[in-house]
Design a protein around this ligand. Structure first.
Ligand code: NDP
Length: 260
């Protein structure tokens, strides 16, 4: 049953169970959003995120399933509308890293497809579906937003994870494309490019990248934290950055500043 739209704004966060996604959920809850949290697994980590969201005064609903499964996207959106009656923000955070870093010459078609299907194809079609629902739900579209979490690797080459770089570079264009398509409706589309962020995803390279950080690979010599990205999302959806859409924000300690 579809509810009448509630007062509190509603955000969908993909991959919201842990890491950067969890922090995004917390920051949106603090900003007064209720949440539809999507992830693949339901486990103790998800329970922790749900408890954290609720302790911040927000209501949360879970939608389990992979963003790579395009056949689920309608059901995901339906869940938000059925439960909350509205959908104001989509944060495309779900993403996977290469399983084994290795030579570009050894990338297999299977692994290329797996990374592209999740990071790029899934995100493109989820954005397409949610954008269509936002435009057709009969509620004011002005002030809504869609955020794409890409990576410094949208720009920066890492040959040992080429398929990941390609997926993130495609996401960068995805954000720009939708920003133009949705500008007239007042739906802002923004890309956030995190640098080296301390999460499970970077656990395998904690030592290797930690040494690079100490040597100054980023002018701000520390690991990024999930909250650095969460706060950025909170700022973007607040509407406090006026007259902007299609922008890309590097949350990376200056990693992407060219230096001599
Ligand atoms: P984590 O691996 O720590 O968390 C990602 C979450 O997304 C996990 O809960 C994961 O579930 C979930 N997820 C993965 N695939 C899917 C899917 N197909 N559908 C739904 N949920 C999924 O990663 P981070 O928090 O570090 O990264 C979040 C985003 O930020 C990613 O897009 C990543 O590429 C990007 N990023 C991260 C950086 C970093 O340094 N950490 C740097 C730049 C970008 P499961 O546990 O089942 O895999």
């Amino acid at each position: 049953m579809t509810h009448a739209p509630q007062q509190r704004r509603v955000a969908v966060v993909t991959g919201g169970r842990r890491g950067i996604g969890r922090s995004i959920c917390y920051h949106l809850a603090e900003a007064g959003f209720d949440l539809l949290i999507n992830d693949i697994l339901t486990d103790a980590a998800l329970d922790e995120t749900l408890a954290g969201v609720r302790s911040r005064g927000a209501t949360a609903q879970v939608f389990s399933g992979s963003v790579a499964d395009v056949s689920l996207h309608k059901r995901l959106a339906d869940t938000a509308y059925d439960h909350f009656g509205r959908l104001d923000v989509l944060v495309n955070n779900a993403g996977i890293q290469v399983r084994n870093r290795g030579d570009l010459l050894d990338v297999t078609t299977e692994h290329f497809d797996e990374i592209l299907n999740t990071n790029l194809r899934g995100t493109f079609f989820l954005t397409q579906h949610i954008a269509g629902r936002m435009l057709s739900d009969g509620q004011p579209t002005e002030g809504r937003s869609i955020i794409v979490i890409s990576s410094s690797n949208a720009i920066m080459v890492s040959t040992e994870k080429g398929e990941y770089c390609i997926s993130k570079s495609g996401l960068s264009m995805t954000a720009k494309l939708f920003s133009v398509r949705l500008a007239e409706a007042g739906i802002g589309v923004f890309e956030i490019r995190p640098g080296l962020i301390r999460t499970d995803m970077t656990a395998a390279v904690r030592e290797q990248y930690g040494a690079l950080i100490e040597e100054g690979i980023s002018p701000i010599r520390r690991w990024g934290e999930p909250a650095d990205v969460g706060r950025t999302v909170k700022t973007l959806v607040s509407g406090d950055i006026p007259f902007a859409t299609g922008i890309s924000i590097n949350i990376d300690g200056g990693l992407m500043v060219p230096r001599l």
